[in-house]
Design a protein around this ligand. Structure first.
Ligand SMILES: [Ca+2]
Length: 436
C-alpha cells in the first residue's frame, strides 16, 4: 500500500466477513517497507468469504490473501511400508510417502498421486525443514471405489524439535470425508507430524493408510524470517521483523516501542509509536490506540467516534446530550462543560445560586433599598493609593442582606468602605480559599 502521508496508514482497517458480520482484524500488523510503502498484515486465522478495507487510501498496489504457506510441500515424508501395483503394461507403481506431499491433490488412486501403506500398523511421518507455527492441516483422502472410509478415525500428532507433542487430533467420525480441514490454534512451532490409527474395513486383511495430499499451512516462528524461516531477525528487533524482508519496523501503530511493537499505548495516547494525545473532544480523553477515534463518546461534540461536530446551540457535554442550564443567558453555554453567562439574578457554574446585581440601579429588580447596595464601594490601599476593587460582586442572601465581595488578589494594609450604609453587620478579610 502506497500512501504519501504516513499518518494515513493508521486509518486503514481490515475487516472480514464471518457468518454475515464484518469483524475487525484482531491481529493487524504494520511494517514500513520504505517511505511510501506499508505492508499491512492481518494474521487472524478465520474462514471468510469477503473482505473490507476501510481508510483514507490513495492507491492500493497489491492485496494478497492466503491461508499461510503450505509448509508441508515437498518435505521429507516416510511411511511404515510402501504398497505397489503392477499395471497391465508390466510397469510397477510404488505408492511412496512423497506422493502425499507432491503438490497434486488428485484423489483418484489410479492416477498415482497418493501414498499407500501395506502393513499391520501403518503410519506416515512428515519432517519439516524448519520449525513452523501451523494453524491448519488439510488431508486429501482418496475418493474412488468407496475406499475413502479407510482414513476415517485417523489420529494426527504434531511435535516440536524435542519430540514434545503440540497437536494431538483424533477423528471421531465414522463417516469419511473427501477432504479434512483441521484448524488448530497454537503458538508453538512444530517440526514434524505423523498420521496413523486408520480404520480396518470389512474387506481388508489389515488397515491401510492412503494419503493423496497432506498440507500444513503456517508461518515462521517469531524472530525468524525468509521462505524457509531459516534467517534470524536482526539484533535490534530479535523477536519481531518482517517475515519477507527481515527488516525491523521503525513505526508501530498503537504500540510505543519500535521495532518490537509489543507495548500497547498507555491510556490517552494513540498513533505512530503512541506520540499523539487523545483529543480533548473525546469523552474521558479515551480514544482508539491506533486510529485516535473516540471510544467513549465525545465531549462537547455530537458525532462519535470522530467528534468533529460541535454541539448545537443550547446543548453541551457527552455527545451533546445535556441542555444548557435554564438560567444561561440566551440559552447558550460552553459546549464542553456547560458553563455560561448567567441571566441577571443568578450566579454559579450552573447559574442556580443567589441573585446578583452587577448592574446596580439599572437592574430592573432593584428597588430603592437595594439600590443602596449598588452604591457601596470597597477600596484597598496598595503602595500609597487607595484603589477601587476591580472584581466587586453582590449576592443577595435575603430581603435585607447583601453579601458584597471583593475577589481581587492583592496585598493590602488598609481598606475603605464607601456608600449609603445604615449598618454594617460583618466584614471578612481572607487570603481566599485554597481552590486547588
Ligand atoms: Ca499427492
Amino acid at each position: 500500500m502506497v500512501l504519501n502521508d504516513t499518518y494515513k496508514f493508521s486509518t486503514v482497517q481490515l475487516l472480514y466477513n464471518t457468518s454475515n458480520v464484518y469483524q475487525e482484524c484482531g491481529s493487524q500488523k504494520w511494517s514500513q517497507l520504505n517511505e511510501n510503502t506499508m505492508d499491512i498484515r492481518c494474521e487472524d486465522n478465520v474462514m471468510t468469504t469477503s473482505l473490507k478495507i476501510l481508510g483514507d487510501i490513495g492507491s492500493l498496489c497489491s492485496l494478497y490473501i492466503s491461508g499461510g504457506r503450505n509448509v508441508a510441500y515437498k518435505q521429507t515424508a516416510t511411511q511404515t511400508s510402501n504398497y505397489n501395483e503392477t499395471y497391465l503394461n508390466n510397469v510397477q507403481k510404488v505408492f511412496t510417502a512423497d506422493l502425499a506431499v507432491d503438490g497434486n491433490t488428485n484423489g483418484d488412486f489410479s492416477q498415482g498421486f497418493c501414498s499407500n501403506t501395506i502393513d499391520n500398523n501403518p503410519g506416515f511421518t512428515l519432517t519439516l525443514n524448519s520449525h513452523y507455527i501451523v494453524n491448519q492441516f488439510i488431508l486429501y483422502n482418496r475418493v474412488d471405489h468407496g475406499n475413502d472410509i479407510r482414513l476415517s478415525k485417523f489420529r494426527l500428532i504434531s511435535v516440536d524439535g524435542n519430540n514434545t507433542v503440540v497437536d494431538n487430533i483424533k477423528d471421531n467420525d465414522e463417516k469419511a470425508e473427501p477432504i479434512y480441514y483441521i484448524s488448530v490454534n497454537t503458538s508453538k512451532p512444530i517440526k514434524s507430524l505423523s498420521i496413523n490409527e486408520t480404520k480396518i474395513t470389512s474387506y481388508d486383511p489389515f488397515p491401510m493408510l492412503t494419503l493423496c495430499e497432506v498440507e500444513a499451512y503456517g508461518e515462521c516462528p517469531p524472530g525468524t524470517w525468509s521462505l524457509p524461516c531459516t534467517q534470524s531477525c536482526p539484533t535490534s528487533c530479535p523477536t519481531s521483523c518482517d517475515r519477507d524482508t527481515g527488516l525491523c519496523n521503525s513505526v508501530c501503530f498503537g504500540f510505543s516501542n519500535p521495532p518490537a511493537c509489543s507495548d500497547v499505548c498507555m491510556a490517552e495516547l494513540w498513533g505512530i509509536n503512541c506520540i499523539n494525545n487523545c483529543s480533548a473532544s473525546c469523552a474521558n480523553l479515551s480514544c482508539h490506540r491506533i486510529t485516535g477515534e473516540c471510544t467513549q463518546g465525545c465531549l462537547g461534540y455530537s458525532n462519535p467516534p470522530k467528534c468533529t461536530t460541535a454541539c448545537d446551540q443550547g446543548m453541551y457535554g457527552q455527545n451533546c446530550s445535556f441542555p444548557c442550564h435554564a438560567h444561561c443567558l440566551n440559552g447558550t453555554c460552553n459546549n464542553v462543560d456547560g458553563s455560561c453567562v448567567c441571566i441577571a439574578g443568578y450566579i454559579g457554574d450552573a447559574c442556580d445560586e443567589g441573585v446578583v446585581f452587577n448592574e446596580g440601579p439599572t437592574d430592573n429588580r432593584a428597588n430603592e433599598e437595594t439600590d443602596k447596595f449598588s452604591k457601596v464601594k470597597l477600596l484597598y490601599k496598595t503602595s500609597s493609593e487607595y484603589q477601587e476593587c476591580g472584581s466587586q460582586k453582590w449576592s443577595q442572601l435575603n430581603e435585607n442582606t447583601m453579601d458584597i465581595r471583593c475577589e481581587d488578589n492583592v496585598i493590602t494594609t488598609s481598606l475603605k468602605l464607601l456608600g449609603d450604609i445604615s449598618s454594617l453587620c460583618s466584614l471578612y478579610i481572607s487570603g481566599a480559599k485554597d481552590t486547588r
